[in-house]
Design a protein around this ligand. Structure first.
Ligand SMILES: Nc1ncnc2c1ncn2[C@@H]1O[C@H](COP(=O)(O)OP(=O)(O)OP(=O)(O)O)[C@@H](O)[C@H]1O
Ligand SMILES: [Mg+2]
Length: 86
């Protein structure tokens, strides 16, 4: 099965505070993936980076094998609701 999402050494630093620091996450096609963690762990920030709503400090995000930094057309294939849909 192909990987639909790959996060590699992904980080986000706001001022001096590291809010996301991930070694690797892989989501394969057809998988239902639960992304769990305590309040403030960086889940929403990570999802916003996958959606190009937040720019990563370092690392790589691949969706369907393509680096999202270069080409945003992948967003045409994604539905999302981040936190409060209202
Ligand atoms: N725009 C921002 N500027 C500065 N700090 C931020 C910003 N957005 C988030 N943070 C901080 O980053 C950390 C991670 O926040 P995030 O909202 O990603 O966590 P979360 O895992 O989604 O939490 P929750 O379970 O409460 O939804 C928190 O300490 C938060 O205060
Ligand atoms: Mg959240």
């Amino acid at each position: 099965m192909k990987n639909v999402i790959e996060l590699r050494k992904l980080s986000k630093v706001y001022k001096d505070v590291t809010t996301v620091n991930l070694e690797k996450i892989t989501v394969r096609e057809g998988e239902i993936y639960g992304f769990l963690g305590p309040n403030g762990a960086g889940k929403t920030t990570t999802m916003k980076m996958v959606l190009s709503l937040v720019t990563p400090t370092s690392g790589e995000i691949l969706v369907n094998g393509q680096n999202v930094k270069k080409d945003k057309t992948y967003l045409n294939q994604i539905g999302s609701m981040i936190e409060e849909p209202s």
